[in-house]
Design a protein around this ligand. Structure first.
Ligand code: PMP
Length: 391
C-alpha cells in the first residue's frame, strides 16, 4: 500500500545506523530462565523483580476473578466500569503506601501522563530531572505550564530552578524514584528539604522502586523515612507487582480531581477483574512474603560484585538495575548477541534511550534467580567479554 514511503526511509536509515530493533518473543512464561528462538536462556532483562508474574497466589486470584466476574468490565470507570474490587484495591493500596487515597490507571505511563497533564495550568511550573522517564516528559508536553529541567540529581541546579520559579502558583518538582537506565536512587531527602524551603510540591515516579525499596516494597519515600512529606507517589503495577497498571498514591483532593480531569482515567476502559484481583494479591504477597525482597537484594549484591570482579563497569547503580557500561552502540549490540549465544538474554540499551556513546547492557536480577543461574550468567559475561576484548 502506498503512502508510507517516508516512514520506510526512516526505518531503513535506522537499519543502517544499527538502531533498528526486532521484537523478541518469549516462547515460555516469564521467569529466571525463558525460551527464545527455541533456546533456553537466563533472563536478565525483565522487570519481574520478585517473580510475581507467575506467583501461585496471583494466578489463583486472577483465575478466580475470571470465573466470578468474567474477562472485561465493558466501560470506563466513570460510567459503568467501576467494580467493587477496584475500589477495595485502591483502599488497600492507599493503606499500604500510608497515603490518604490511591487511584489506579491503566498503566504507569498513563498515570504520569494523566496526573501531569491535568493538574498543571499556565499559572504553574514543573521542574523535572533531565533523566526522568519518557511518560513524565510526555505528560509535561501536554501541559500549558512553564517547564524547567534540572541537571540529573543535581541539587544546586534544582535550587536555581526553584529560585527562578517564585512567581508561580504551583511549583511541582518531578523525579523518578529509581532511574531506570542507571539504577541510581533520587536524593529524595534533599529534594524534600528544598521543596519545603520553596513551598513546592513533589511527585515521585516509583516504577522501579515499588516492591523493591522501602519496608515491604513501599517505595522510595518510605525507604528514606519521608512518609507524609511527598505529595504525589506514582507507581506501576507492571514491574515488581507482576501484573499491569499504574497508580497514584496521594491526597483525597487530588484523587477526586483526577477522577474528573485525568484524561487517560476518564476515557479508557477500566482494568479487567483478573488484573485487579492479581494486583490485590500481590500486595498481600509483599506484606506476607518479605523473603522475596530479601532474595532480590541478595541476588543483586552477588551479581553486581561478580560483574565488578570480572572488571565490568556497573556505573552508579544502587538497586537491582545493574547496567554494564559498554559505550559504543554497535559493540553494545554485539555484546548482547554474544551473551545470547552463551545462554543469557540481556538486552543492549543504546541511543535514543540513553545518550549516544553511552550504550550498555542493562541487567535486572530477580528473586527467582538461583545462585547457580547467576554464576552461569557471570561465566557467560566473562566469555562474551573476552570474545569482544572488553575485559
Ligand atoms: N515510569 C518509569 C520510570 C518506567 O520505567 C516505566 C516503565 N518503562 C513507566 C513509568 C511506565 O510504566 P508502565 O510499564 O506500567 O506503563
Amino acid at each position: 500500500m502506498k503512502g508510507f514511503e517516508y516512514l520506510q526511509e526512516e526505518l531503513d536509515q535506522m537499519k543502517e545506523e544499527g538502531t533498528f530493533r526486532e521484537l523478541i518473543p518469549l516462547e515460555s512464561p516469564q521467569g529466571s530462565k525463558v525460551s527464545i528462538k527455541g533456546k533456553e536462556v537466563i533472563q536478565l532483562s525483565s522487570n519481574n523483580y520478585l517473580g510475581l508474574t507467575s506467583h501461585p497466589r496471583l494466578k489463583d486470584a486472577a483465575v478466580k476473578a475470571v470465573e466470578e466476574y468474567g474477562v472485561g468490565t465493558g466501560s470506563v470507570r466513570t460510567i459503568a466500569g467501576t467494580l467493587a474490587m477496584h475500589e477495595a484495591f485502591e483502599e488497600k493500596l492507599a493503606a499500604f503506601k500510608h497515603t490518604e487515597a490511591a487511584l489506579v490507571f491503566q498503566s504507569g505511563f498513563t498515570t504520569n501522563q494523566g496526573v501531569l497533564s491535568s493538574m498543571l495550568t499556565d499559572k504553574d511550573v514543573v521542574i523535572s530531572d533531565e533523566l526522568n522517564h519518557a511518560s513524565i516528559i510526555d505528560g509535561i508536553r501536554l501541559t500549558k505550564c512553564a517547564k524547567k529541567i534540572y541537571k540529573h540529581v543535581d541539587m544546586k541546579s534544582l535550587q536555581e530552578k526553584l529560585e527562578e520559579s517564585k512567581e508561580y502558583r504551583t511549583k511541582l518538582i518531578v523525579t523518578d524514584g529509581v532511574f531506570s537506565m542507571d539504577g541510581n536512587i533520587a536524593p529524595l531527602p534533599e529534594i524534600v528539604e528544598l521543596a519545603e524551603q520553596y513551598g513546592a510540591l513533589i511527585m515521585v515516579d516509583d516504577a522501579h522502586a515499588s516492591g523493591v525499596l522501602g519496608e515491604n516494597g513501599r517505595g522510595t519515600v518510605n525507604h528514606f523515612g519521608l512518609d507524609g512529606r511527598v505529595h504525589i507517589q506514582v507507581g506501576t503495577l507492571s514491574k515488581a507487582i507482576g501484573v499491569l497498571g499504574g497508580y497514584v498514591a496521594t491526597t483525597k483532593t487530588l484523587k477526586e480531581y483526577l477522577i474528573h480531569k485525568g484524561r487517560p482515567f476518564l476515557f479508557s476502559t477500566s482494568h479487567p477483574p483478573a488484573v485487579t484481583a492479581a494486583c490485590d494479591a500481590a500486595i498481600d504477597v509483599l506484606l506476607e512474603e518479605p523473603e522475596l525482597m530479601q532474595k532480590l537484594w541478595d541476588n543483586r549484591a552477588f551479581f553486581k560484585e561478580g560483574l565488578e570482579n570480572l572488571g565490568f563497569d556497573t556505573g552508579i547503580s544502587e538497586t537491582p538495575i545493574t547496567p554494564v557500561l559498554i559505550g559504543d552502540d554497535a559493540v553494545t549490540h554485539q555484546f548482547s548477541d554474544e551473551l545470547f549465544k552463551e545462554g543469557v538474554f540481556a538486552q543492549g540499551i543504546v541511543f535514543p534511550t540513553v545518550p549516544k556513546g553511552k550504550g550498555r547492557i542493562r541487567t535486572i536480577v530477580t528473586a527467582e534467580h538461583s545462585k547457580e543461574e547467576l554464576q552461569e550468567a557471570l561465566q557467560a559475561f566473562e566469555r562474551a567479554g573476552n570474545t569482544l576484548n572488553l575485559l
